[in-house]
Design a protein around this ligand. Structure first.
Ligand code: NDP
Ligand code: BG6
Length: 490
């Protein structure tokens, strides 16, 4: 059994899609493992009128267990509900009273986690009232969890952060990036800093380029009203991709603590080249899906304007101007309606300077580059591509793969990202959350691309569902005499 943690949780937006689909099931996993047991309480809030019992029934339904499951019933008995409009200042007193009651019932030592699973426009309001209305005046810890998106550009993110900072210190703010809760993303640090053979080659002398691909098979689904105002650059690059690139690029932290890891991540981001107009136009391309065999074009999706120029695909090249990475580009791409759903990192090493095996009499194909592929999802694992001798007479070479894949049993036992992240908040460990500085550097980089795009009218749609994006994404990398390691029709 895990160590039991003690806290009250108040979920704002407690009847929303995220809460029912991800947050409560993740809390239940923590309950089954013993991290949550006797000393926790949950208040769900939203404007909807529900009794405690109705709310508990809804939460029970979200858990994917039989209604009669005794453990689940015991778990939901810790949940209560309070209809609450977050803009109604006076009502925070009702919430406070309820919080104090649960604190006593479950002996929670005044520990409080405020989870803001709401539209971002409410984040500042809620944080402000939590402080002024005394919900944070307790003996224990007060932590606030903020869902994405954290702003839509640097200025709005700064305003939001200023509002939050009036009520909470940086160490009390946990900005969610669910990719940081994924098992294999966390493995990037283990592989880099736990292996001499990897870390000693992890620089521009030996690595030719690094490729990060977050490919999605689905389209915009029911989220058009959010997505059409965001696009792939803001939705995936500013947060998830920048975090992954940062873990790949940063120097070794002094220790494996949130403070030291964040310090290195910020240092790396400071050497990321922020593009001028010409560089942004050359180094980033965007796309929007058209119609496929049985698929509507993005512009024909529900709630998407017919003349939308929103990006559903992005590919780009990032450059770090520092001693480790100067001259080694990081290529990134992400998009909706692509060939498949997967996330992977391909680290492409430089080829041997001299290929002694490929000479006319030998008719050997030229040596291929070594590639370390980190498969993040769906099948977690690694592959290291090496060149080896082909079995038999003569001396031909061929690429072979050394593989490791997480087996089905371990895969089933892998904590869901939200489970891991909620656990981290209870421990007060900010390692797998985005610090304000990281968020601000990421926005400064992304804003430059966005500004250039806003001035130009794209030729959309420009890729078909089931492909790997527009031709421009291939041209971007081919221009540098390279190609994507993962590509269709090799
Ligand atoms: P939903 O629209 O499903 O839920 C919003 C919640 O907020 C509802 O409980 C709603 O209830 C409540 N709410 C709205 N207005 C008020 C108000 N004035 N006072 C109190 N409660 C209010 O949103 P999601 O659950 O999808 O998203 C929540 C957050 O999580 C957003 O920031 C989103 O960007 C983020 N997110 C969501 C993901 C997802 O998969 N859903 C993925 C990643 C991030 P009511 O209307 O009854 O008040
Ligand atoms: C979310 C984006 O942050 O990540 C979605 O808002 C995207 O648009 C999702 O689909 C992808 O997450 P995952 O874990 O399914 O790769």
């Amino acid at each position: 059994m895990a160590t039991e943690r003690t806290s009250l949780f108040i979920f704002f937006g407690g009847t929303g899609d995220l809460a029912y689909r991800k947050l409560y099931p993740s809390m239940f996993n923590l309950y089954k493992k013993g991290t949550l047991r006797e000393h926790f309480g949950v208040i769900g809030t939203s404007r909807e009128k529900l009794t405690d019992q109705q709310f508990q029934e809804n939460v029970l339904k979200s858990l994917d267990v039989a209604k009669t499951d005794k453990e689940a019933q015991k778990f939901v008995s810790h949940f209560v509900y309070e209809a609450h409009d977050v803009t109604d200042k006076a009502h925070y007193q009702v919430l406070k009273k309820r919080a104090d009651e649960l604190d006593k019932t479950y002996k929670l030592n005044g520990n409080r986690i405020f989870y803001l699973s709401l539209a971002p426009s409410f984040f500042g309001t809620v944080a402000g009232y939590l402080k002024t209305e005394g919900l944070t005046d307790t003996e224990g810890f007060d932590r606030v969890v903020i869902e994405k998106p954290f702003g839509r550009d640097y200025d709005s993110a700064q305003q939001l952060n200023d509002a939050l900072s009036k009520s909470f210190e940086e160490k009390q703010i946990f900005r969610i990036d669910h990719y940081l809760g994924k098992e294999m993303i966390q493995n990037i640090e283990a592989v880099r800093f736990g292996n001499t053979i990897v870390e000693s080659l992890w620089n521009n002398r030996y690595i030719d380029n690094i490729q990060v691909t977050l490919s999605e098979k689905l389209g915009v689904e029911e989220r058009a009203s959010y997505y059409d105002n965001s696009g792939a650059l803001r939705d995936m690059v500013q947060n998830h991709i920048m975090q992954i690139v940062n873990l790949l690029a940063m120097e070794q932290p002094v220790s494996f603590t949130d403070v030291d890891i964040r310090a290195e991540k910020v240092k790396a981001l400071r050497s990321l080249r922020v593009y001028n107009v010409a560089e942004a136009s050359t180094n980033f391309v965007r796309g929007q899906y058209g119609a496929g065999d049985s698929q509507r074009a993005y512009r024909d999706e529900d709630n998407v304007p017919h003349d939308s120029n929103n990006d559903t695909f992005v590919a780009g090249k990032l450059l770090f101007d520092n001693y480790r990475w100067s001259g080694t580009p990081f290529y990134i791409r992400t998009g909706k309606m692509l060939a498949d759903k997967f996330t992977r990192v391909d680290v492409v090493f430089k080829k041997p300077l001299i290929d002694i095996f490929s000479f006319p009499q030998n008719q050997n194909a030229p040596l291929e580059a070594n590639v370390l592929t980190m498969y993040i999802e769906p099948h977690a694992g690694f592959t290291l591509r090496l060149n080896a001798k082909t079995n038999g007479q003569g001396f031909q070479t061929e690429p072979i793969n050394l593989d490791y894949f997480v087996d089905a049993k371990d895969s089933k036992a892998t904590p869901e990202p939200y489970e891991r992240l909620i656990h981290d908040v209870m421990k007060g460990d900010g390692t797998n959350f985005s610090s304000w500085q990281e968020v601000s550097y990421a926005w400064r980089f992304v804003d430059q691309i966005r500004k250039v795009w806003d001035l130009q009218k794209p030729q959309f749609p420009n890729y078909t569902p089931g492909s790997m994006g527009p031709a421009a994404a291939d041209e971007l990398i081919q221009r540098d005499h390279r190609q994507w390691v993962y590509r269709l029709n090799k």
